[in-house]
Design a protein around this ligand. Sequence first.
Ligand SMILES: [Zn+2]
Length: 162
Amino acid sequence: MTKTDDLSIELSRTYGKYLKGFLPFKYEDKTYSLVDIYVASPWTRCDVCGNHPIKYVYAIKHSDGSKLRVGNKCIERLTNCKVSGWFRKFKTKRENFIRNRRYLDGLDSILTAYKSSELPFKISENDIKRLHKAFERMCNGFNPTRKQKELAQNYISMGART
Ligand SMILES: [Zn+2]
């Protein structure tokens, strides 16, 4: 398991918890729960207002098993909750983990080796601090800055050569 895998699994758990913790709500005198959120491919139609195309789909389910696919505007009107904001943040994090995979996994190995004094090359204390900072930033789902990328790349290629 790589660091990126760990982070992705942890993020999926957050998603599961979010869905479970989302309060049921009423629509046309029936109670629905939010069961899934995803990007539609191809874009689809909102089952509540008929709006087309909708990119983000909020799948809601009634206890009789019937499901509706709802767009951003309708889900927020029905639930009075900024669910699309939450989902966008979640999606960005997930994409960033994948995009930064080589830096995340590369720095994870370097920082782990450094801790156990097994690094086959030297890194200054200052650079270790900077790498830590970059690593934490990526673990929190953000992209590294250009400088952080350069620094990480520099040490990752050193690691690859040894
Ligand atoms: Zn709608």
